[in-house]
Ligand binder design. Sequence first.
Ligand code: ACK
Length: 222
Amino acid sequence: GPLEEVSLPLYFGWFLLSSIQDKIKCTSMDFLKTLDTLEAFKKHLIDFSGKAEEVDLEQYFQPTGILHCTTKFCNYGKAEGAKEYAEKQAVKDSYGSIFNLSLGALFVTPRTFGARVSLTEEQLQLWPADADAEKQVESVPAAASLPLGSRAHVTLGCAEGVEPVQTGIDLLEILTLQQEGQQGEQVEEMELGTLTYYGTGKWLLNLREPISAPACFSSFYG
Ligand code: ACK
């Protein structure tokens, strides 16, 4: 019936607890502020904004709501595999439980700003079985050969007119370059970690100390 049809959420995921949300927002804003001032960043500004003019990254990326790591985008049941995912035993068992997510890197592209999440074996149980299909992003064909869970991320901000779904795609692009053996250009040792440039506006900061983020596995209806 119609009730069943609306009983599936927009997405399932881990929702960061509010104390850690504040910490991550501070850390990520500090990072943007620093990135903005680096000569290396200014040198590649044209890739980033299409203009050689300065950008204020803190303004450039707009917040996209509650910080979370999407596991399964269900689109209220319209997405492929949504029902199967919701019925998984691991999903039912873990619903409402707290997990510790490990945020190992921050990344910036002309479109999105995000944090990479490294999932544990236990957390991968909640990663959708059709994630391989999800990795088959048209723009990143090589992403299909990346390990399960590679797309896991927290969206920290999007450029104007960019949808949050882009953040995971941008991450897959960077990981694909790494897997293909592209070392990138190590540009800076920052207090937070090592900053690498992967070309065409793609920046990755490997955090010296991963951020451990407590998060509740739940769903969002909107
Ligand atoms: O930042 P995100 O992970 O990217 O969180 C939001 C959330 O679902 C609500 O929009 C993500 N999202 C949207 N569309 C898709 C999709 N087709 N595949 C995977 N994740 C998606 C978006």
